[in-house]
Design a protein around this ligand. Structure first.
Ligand SMILES: [Zn+2]
Length: 285
């Protein structure tokens, strides 16, 4: 099978070795809160696999390619470090990975330069960004420049979206859904991938008909029941896991690639969701 997982996170060895210590040292408290926390039963929300482990897990699940997503870091230096790491992954396995570059808008021109550098290194998108978490208001001109450059370089922008109806968890950030609709309308030449089913926008009237908006399914089992696979607009949905997040904490299925694929297939997800939409949008066939 030639499946594409359009939403995977991977970190350099320095992060994996001591995620909490690394985050403290690098001023990335919000990431630490989201990614190094433990559930009530004491189990970590995610593991910190190496590139080799990711490849092993992809092979076991029959996933051909993983799209490596950056993170909405709080510091420009971290964005650069993460982008360099993904560039090395791309270089090592150009047919197994694709990558999205991350930036912090506070860096201004440096953020724009970083996007151009990433494009030259073979990155195919920008994200996962979260304007609401990165503390730069959406009406700041720097966002406009980033979104316009994304359109110019044909790099879709993946944005983290929180469903307003979702239950609270430590580090949860409110992301008003109307902001994403406004963004898509204000930047019609920029393609957006709204993560996590767009926080419900995938099946909302407000987003219907927006030609520059796609959705990914990252973390779906933690947020929604299997019925959502039937609800999204099929031509606009990209299969994504949010690996290495533990998707099925109650069953102990680990990162849960196999269970997620089974859930999606049982609900009728087809080749367009598993491969075609991502391949077409990202140009990575
Ligand atoms: Zn993610």
């Amino acid at each position: 099978m030639d499946l594409i997982d359009a939403h995977v996170h991977l970190y350099p060895i320095a992060v994996n070795r001591d995620p909490v210590g690394w985050a403290t040292e690098h001023g990335e408290a919000h990431w630490a809160q989201l990614c190094t926390r433990k559930r009530k039963d004491g189990a970590p929300v995610q593991a910190f696999p190496t590139m080799a482990q990711l490849l092993f897990d992809l092979n076991a699940a029959g996933i051909r390619r993983a799209v490596l997503m950056g993170w909405y870091w709080e510091r420009h230096a971290t964005c650069v470090e993460h982008n360099r790491f993904y560039a090395s992954c791309l270089q090592a396995y150009p047919t197994r990975f694709a990558a999205f570059a991350t930036v912090h808008p506070d860096a201004g021109q440096k953020a724009l330069d970083e996007i151009r550098r990433a494009k030259d290194a073979g990155f195919c998108g920008i994200g996962e960004l979260s304007p609401h978490s990165q503390h730069v208001p959406l009406d700041e001109p720097v966002w406009h420049r980033i979104l316009e450059l994304a359109a110019e370089l044909d790099m879709p922008v993946n944005l983290h979206v929180t469903d307003p109806a979702s239950r609270p968890y430590p580090g949860r950030v409110d992301t008003p859904l109307a902001d994403f609709i406004a963004m898509a309308k204000d930047f019609p030449k920029t393609n957006f991938i709204l993560a996590h089913w767009g926080g419900g926008l995938a099946w909302a009237e407000a987003a219907a008909g927006l030609r520059n908006v796609w959705f990914d399914t990252a973390a779906s089992p933690l947020l929604y029941g299997p019925e959502v696979w039937k609800k999204g607009p099929i031509g606009r949905v990209l299969f994504g896991s949010d690996y290495p997040l533990m998707l099925y904490p109650k069953t102990g299925a680990g990162h849960g690639f196999a269970d997620l694929l089974a859930e999606a297939k049982a609900a009728g997800a087809d080749d367009s969701i598993f491969r075609v939409n991502a391949a077409t949008l990202l140009g990575i066939e």
